[in-house]
Design a protein around this ligand. Structure first.
Ligand code: ZN
Length: 304
């Protein structure tokens, strides 16, 4: 994968809350992987909470618009010559590409307007429209405030603990989260939640379908990513190789429910699956990628 060094990083699409003290400096940060239980708990939570499922739906207090991060330093950093050597600037550019894709694809494919959503960079803990969260939950989308949340140190864990190496794991993760945003905009997520309430026994099965669809949407973005541009019309990616796509597929496999359960030393129990098996995640990402068409991502098969 090669990014275009002339592409402008649009930092207005992210909100930098790192170091802004998400909990007002009062909270005790919960360390990542403090012990065996911590690591295991974290790895499980990573996948359970990607859609905010782990959080209470009625958040205590929503920070609302008052919690805007100060992006000045990020803006400066990401307009510098060597911006793309910085993890946060690269990730901002990935967000730019993903949203540029959906801005065109959503009206084309679904006949609906795309509404942009910011990604919040946080460290350790953050207050969200879905309640308070710490890094342990991994990246997630909160349907209540329409924001994607990520502690960028997650990628280290992905590489070190889960063995998902490679840069392209990063845009895959972000594209998956934006897939949830698209589901939110299309009403798929709300329909799915209602269905879960009607039929609690299939709650996990429905969750798996939602997650696999987000993987498929990520694949559709990956297929079309080289066509995305910044606001000045500069291409964001110079190239995406087969090896990059393989990295995304590897990541999807590594975070399959069965793989996670095995890794944590627990018996594999399909009843507890919420995100899909390695095979399913790989399959649906690949389906999105090979077709390049979000319409092909009908994991619900008309059952919603
Ligand atoms: Zn998810």
């Amino acid at each position: 994968m090669e990014l275009n060094e002339n592409a402008r990083v649009d930092t207005s699409q992210v909100e930098d809350r790192r170091g802004s003290g998400g909990g007002g400096g009062m909270g005790i940060p919960i360390p990542i992987g403090g012990g065996r239980g911590g690591i295991v708990g974290m790895i499980i939570a990573v996948l359970v909470a990607l859609v905010g499922g782990g959080f209470g739906l009625n958040a205590a207090t929503n920070g609302g618009g008052s919690d805007q991060g100060d992006n000045t330093s990020l803006e400066q950093k990401c307009s510098a010559q060597d911006a793309l050597e910085q993890l946060d600037c690269r990730n901002t550019l990935y967000v730019n590409s993903i949203q540029a894709y959906w801005r065109t694809a959503m009206p084309e494919v679904f006949g609906e307007q795309y509404k942009p959503s910011k990604t919040v960079f946080f460290s350790q803990n953050v207050s969200t429209g879905c309640g308070a969260a710490d890094s342990g939950v991994g990246p997630f989308y909160c349907p209540a405030d329409d924001l994607v949340y990520i502690d960028l140190t997650f990628y280290r864990l992905l590489a070190d603990q889960l063995g998902a190496q490679g840069e392209f794991a990063q845009p895959y993760v972000l594209a998956h989260e934006y897939g949830h945003h698209v589901q939110d905009l299309l009403g798929t997520e709300a329909q799915m939640r209602r269905q879960q309430q009607r039929d609690p026994q299939s709650a996990n099965t429905l969750s798996v379908k939602l997650e696999l669809q987000a993987d498929c949407y990520a694949g559709a973005w990956a297929k079309n990513a080289t066509g995305t541009s910044d606001e000045q019309g500069q291409k964001i990616f110079k190239s995406i190789t087969d090896q990059d796509i393989q990295q995304a597929i590897d990541t999807a496999e590594k975070i399959g429910d069965d793989a996670i359960q095995q890794r944590s030393g627990r018996p594999v129990n399909p009843d507890e699956f919420t995100h899909g098996t390695s095979e399913q995640r790989k399959q649906w990402f690949t389906k999105g990628f090979s077709t390049g068409d979000p319409k092909a991502c009908d994991t619900f098969g008309g059952t919603l």
